[in-house]
Design a protein around this ligand. Structure first.
Ligand code: NAD
Length: 504
């Protein structure tokens, strides 16, 4: 890992600086409104630890105003938009995201610590392509005619069919890792189905979400279709989850907070989808193409500095290739150029906060105490910002703290296996409360398919990890969540079905 401080990275553009300097309140009913209280939250650049902006610390009164605006838009102008008009709006959002490319990239980098090339990929490709994918759906959301015989009616005496209707007002609560895609995952299917939203972005990285709310407005959604309340989870988030005017909560975040969301939503049984934590296995057999598997496993864990729900943080590797895998991954980790995302040559950014860095260091210390071998990394370099070295822990066991817990940092735990009993390998891979993602690396497609069947996760890839695409459903089994995002399945939680029977 190269840790030498670089020359001063490029400064943000004037539009980005103007955006950072604003007094950020809440976006309600199509405009920025003055918050109910004067309390604020400072927003920091994790690469420097310096304050870059400030947002309102919203609470129940702000959430209530936003929910009312969302309800009025849902019942009013938005309900009169045709499916084709909703498609056009979604397509326009994609165009405007691309037009605002530089500002969005810079906000994402400064707010969350993303390396610039990754931010460019996200803002130039991932987000526009996702909106364009969902732009195709409004005109294809269809019910069915059902061959029913209601109350004994004969064919020709009655007709039965289903209507697919938008679920209503959606409360969307998102995390700070990769902030813009997390928001996009809620906004696009909600707009496609005709729902309205109240968004509560992560207080640690709220900037690109605020810009996206403006972009939706500029793209032509009526006032109140998209609303945004800034604030902490305990205050604004909890108020949103409990608000009786919200029909559905779409939550992405930790499993611990997911449980709180379920409890809050239980009072009025609002619908809930949850995208939660993970501790994903990467299983490498001895016939794997190591030229692919070594960089693949390194990327699976260290992408987004390990602050990635899908991160492949538990590596199970056949003993015959164990040493080559570990040495290869450690060599990649040591060579990564660590630095602020605004420096386009940086490959590995900071963690989100000092607190997160302490947490990661604590897990590495626990691993050491419990007998793991630190092959590389394991420390925070001495430089400004919240950096932590990409770390490989070898000789780990299932019962070790860093193997059991979601670290949400760049720490890979390696275990080896000696036999080819697939049931045994899969049991080890599944020995976690999570079930989000996983990957299998082998040239034997029969073995690959058997492992795909056995790994209990919402998404399993072969000879790649975390293969995301707008059309592919994604979500968690076990304590990694409820429901799916992406693809056609991602629309379902935003729709309700009405069965209609008619006679004459
Ligand atoms: P978090 O659970 O702490 O916070 C997520 C969001 O919930 C934030 O907006 C926060 O303000 C809000 N929140 C906190 N307490 C709340 C409460 N009591 N009521 C309502 N809202 C509340 O998670 P985080 O630290 O921001 O993100 C990291 C976690 O997110 C990891 O566990 C990661 O695995 C998970 N994640 C999952 C996915 C997925 O698709 N499955 C994607 C990204 C991140």
């Amino acid at each position: 890992m190269t840790a030498a401080p670089t020359a001063q990275p490029p400064s943000p553009s004037a539009t980005t600086l103007e955006f950072l300097g604003r007094e950020h309140g809440h976006f309600i009913g199509g405009r920025w409104v003055t918050p109910a209280s004067s309390a604020t939250i400072d927003v920091y650049d994790p690469a420097t630890g310096e304050r870059i902006s400030r947002v309102a610390a919203g609470g129940a009164a702000d959430v209530d105003a936003a929910v009312r605006a969302a309800r009025a838009a849902f019942e009013g102008p938005w309900s009169r938009f045709t499916a084709a008009q909703r498609s056009a709006v979604l397509w326009k959002v994609a165009d405007l995201v691309q037009q605002d490319f530089q500002r969005l990239c810079e906000l994402e980098v400064l707010d969350s610590g993303l390396p610039m090339p990754l931010a460019q990929y996200v803002c130039g490709m991932v987000v526009p392509e996702f909106f364009r994918y969902y732009a195709g759906w409004p005109t294809k959301i269809e019910g069915a005619t059902i061959p029913a015989a209601p109350q004994g009616k004969l064919p020709g005496e009655a007709i039965s069919f289903t209507l697919r209707e938008p679920i209503g007002v959606v409360g969307a609560i998102t995390p700070w890792n990769s902030p813009l895609p997390m928001v996009m995952l809620k906004v696009a299917p909600a707009l496609a189905t005709g729902c309205t939203l109240v968004l509560k972005p992560a207080e640690l990285a709220p900037l690109s979400a605020m810009r996206l709310a403006e972009i939706c407005q500029e793209a032509g959604v009526p006032d109140g279709v998209i609303n945004l309340v800034n604030g902490t989870g305990e205050s604004a988030g909890a108020a949103l989850a409990a608000h009786p005017g919200v029909d559905k909560i779409a939550f992405t975040g930790s499993t611990e907070v997911g449980r709180m969301i379920v409890r809050a939503a239980a009072a009025d049984l609002k619908k809930v989808t949850l995208e939660l934590g993970g501790k994903s296995p990467v299983v490498v057999f001895d016939d794997a193409d190591l030229e692919q598997a070594i960089p693949g496993a390194a990327r699976a864990c260290f992408f987004l500095q390990g602050q990635n729900c899908m991160a492949g943080t538990r590596l199970f590797v056949h003993e015959k290739v164990h040493d080559r895998m570990v040495e290869g991954i450690a060599a990649i980790a040591r060579a990564m150029k660590l630095g602020p995302g605004m420096d386009p040559t940086s490959e590995f950014g900071p963690l989100i906060s000092a607190q997160q860095r302490e947490r990661v260091a604590g897990f590495v210390a626990a691993g050491r105490r419990e007998g793991a071998e630190v092959v590389c990394g394991g420390a925070a370099p001495s430089r400004p910002g919240y950096f932590f070295e990409p770390t490989v822990l070898a000789r780990t066991r299932d019962d070790m703290t860093p193997v059991r817990e979601e670290i949400f940092g760049p720490v890979l735990c390696v275990q080896s296996f000696g036999d080819d009993d697939l049931a045994q390998v899969a049991r080890a891979a599944n020995s976690t409360i999570y079930g989000l993602s996983g990957s299998v690396w082998t040239r034997d497609l029969g073995r690959a398919m058997q492992m795909v069947r056995r790994i209990d996760a919402g998404q399993v890839s072969v000879n790649m990890h975390a293969a995301i695409d707008p059309a592919m459903p994604f979500g968690g089994n076990k304590q990694s969540g409820w429901g799916r995002e992406f693809g056609k399945e991602g629309l379902e939680p935003y729709l309700k079905t009405k069965g209609v029977s008619m006679t004459w």
